[in-house]
Design a protein. Structure first.
Length: 255
């Protein structure tokens, strides 16, 4: 009973073989997945997918790289869609200082607006962070994001930062990088952070775990993430799967 908390099955990389990719995930034991939409086209596709498949859920928001493109109409549209019973979170949202398409002040403004919306509609948030940890933590504190909590998606920060986020009601989600030989921080986080604060994800089609690194990722590979965490923690695979599955269900309000 694996729960992949972050997939982009709405990505065009799956246009030719989506059904096979989904079937492969089911065959591997992936029971539930959250499809993440982060702009108009991907949100539209995510909403269509959750209507088609009963085991798919959606998170909808606006990606920081494209913050400069978001309008008040987009925010209103996200609010309207958020009432759908299978929309279980808002995001991915946050800050991305790697790409310079959207100025930092606009990214911050769009991030704050989405946190406020999440509090208004009472949904958890999924955080995208690239080279912006300090500013993200500050904004989460200032906006009292702990009221809704959420996920630090594909977490790559330190154990101390992970603990700081857990104190704000956030789960730490680990993906493919935890399986990389040179990924020191994710392995330390996997070791130190208790199971009741961990989630697993693929972020597919990106960040495929070893031995598929550099290839297209898919939800079936979330099993490799769970296996790696079990190995690092020196516990059984079944324990990791059971805890992360229940954590995700509880966070997303899925019965």
């Amino acid at each position: 009973m694996l729960f992949d908390t972050h997939v982009h099955l709405n990505d065009e990389q799956y246009d030719q073989d989506l059904k096979e990719v989904i079937q492969n995930a089911l065959n591997t034991g992936v029971e539930k997945m959250v499809v993440v939409g982060f702009d108009r086209p991907t949100i539209t596709k995510a909403m269509a997918l959750i209507e088609e498949y009963d085991f798919l859920y959606a998170s909808i928001g606006w990606h920081p790289v494209d913050a400069i493109d978001m309008t008040e109409n987009d925010l209103q549209w996200i609010e309207e869609l958020s009432s759908h019973p299978k929309v279980v979170a808002l995001g991915e949202m946050g800050l991305d200082y790697h790409w310079d398409k959207s100025p930092k002040d606009i990214q911050k403004e769009v991030f704050r607006k989405q946190i406020r919306l999440a509090k208004k509609v009472n949904l958890p948030i999924i955080i995208h962070n690239r080279e912006a940890t300090q500013d993200i933590v500050e904004i989460l504190k200032e906006e009292k994001a702990s009221e809704v909590g959420g996920i630090m998606h594909c977490f790559s920060g330190s154990v101390d930062t992970a603990k700081e986020c857990i104190n704000m009601n956030f789960f730490i989600s680990l993906g493919g990088p935890v399986t990389f030989k040179n990924a020191k921080k994710p392995k330390e986080v996997a070791k130190e952070i208790p199971l009741n604060h961990l989630l697993i994800e693929t972020d597919c089609p990106y960040l495929a775990p070893h031995p598929y690194r550099g290839k297209r990722n898919e939800p079936a590979y979330v099993k490799l993430v769970a296996e790696q965490i079990a190995e690092i923690k020196e516990i059984t695979y079944e324990e990791v799967v059971a805890h992360t599955y229940q954590n995700a269900k509880r966070l997303f309000g899925i019965n």
